[in-house]
Design a protein around this ligand. Sequence first.
Ligand code: WQD
Length: 344
Amino acid sequence: MKILLTGGAGYIGSHTFVALRDAGFEPVVLDNFSNSHPAVLERLERITGLPVMLERGDVLDTPWVEAVLRRHQPVGVVHFAGDKAVGESVAQPLKYFHNNIGGAVSLMRAMTAVHADGSAPAAPTLVFSSSATVYGDPASVPITEDFPRSHTNPYGHSKLVIEDMLTAVRTADPVWRVGTLRYFNPVGAHPSGLIGEDPADIPNNLMPFVAQVAVGQRPYLNVYGNDYATLDGTGVRDYIHVVDLAAGHVAALQALLGRGESFTVNLGTGRGNSVLEVVKAFETASGRPVPYQFAPRRAGDVAQCYANATLAKKLLDWEAQHTLDQMCADSWRWQSANPNGYRG
Ligand code: WQD
């Protein structure tokens, strides 16, 4: 059974590709490589021992997406394609609304067209890559799926709007089967060290920045704020291993293709770790020092954000397996073997 992965050459997409292959699916990568590197395809072939089916193009090109759907007749689609840098979204809101919201509209219009003439093998089946950022600044932690949603930046706003679009499409046509997955903080890499997170320039996120300090590419880490009401004053997040996250996508597709009911679930570990705990774990995993200095809080940051992950366990029989130490060890293996990511 084929599964179309929009943005399948990206960080989460490439790891989900491997998990789908391992589960017996035939994943097809749709990507324009605007935020990913073609070299990942060769890495995926080395990991899976199988050729990668690639459709190179833009999810905004609706007629082309429709042609791809007709060509491959996937039983499901996972929509990863989109931009995801919070800071950039504040500076370039229209890029985010166009690419993220426009891309989701384009994909769903193509899926609707293909299903309209009855030529598709199954009901429209879509897994959407959402984000814990739709919870804004939570009133408390851990966070359950029924918490109020809000947005503090155009990136998070785009995710929230797409969630609402999915609800509207399902209301209009209940045959749609939709799994909305709210990621917490994806980190780590495939244990082979062949694929991993490859930020385009200075990493916005903590783990890739820490990894670059450990490998000697950056002199020190700025810890954004040490006066939060947390155990050590630094920000607390729910870091989840990308391999666990990928397994969550397989479980979501299996649920949609099986029972068929739609759902929205948190994909997190249910545990929070502070910035300083991550730094310490990475030093242990890498055997390298990670010098840091305290800096002012970063605009838009919240003190704590971590999941109540029980609903995903109940609905998908899925739960995160990897520890923070494993996340750091796998991240270090990728970073030290690929100090320049896929750019060699
Ligand atoms: C984690 C913690 C920072 C960098 C964002 C998006 C979310 C998702 C993941 C896309 C915070 C601190 C960070 C640094 C630091 N993105 N930090 N120094 O902000 O929780 O989530 O990325 O899907 O949608 O909102 O992740 O890794 O940027 O920050 O001290 O150089 O590390 O203050 O406490 P965040 P992050």
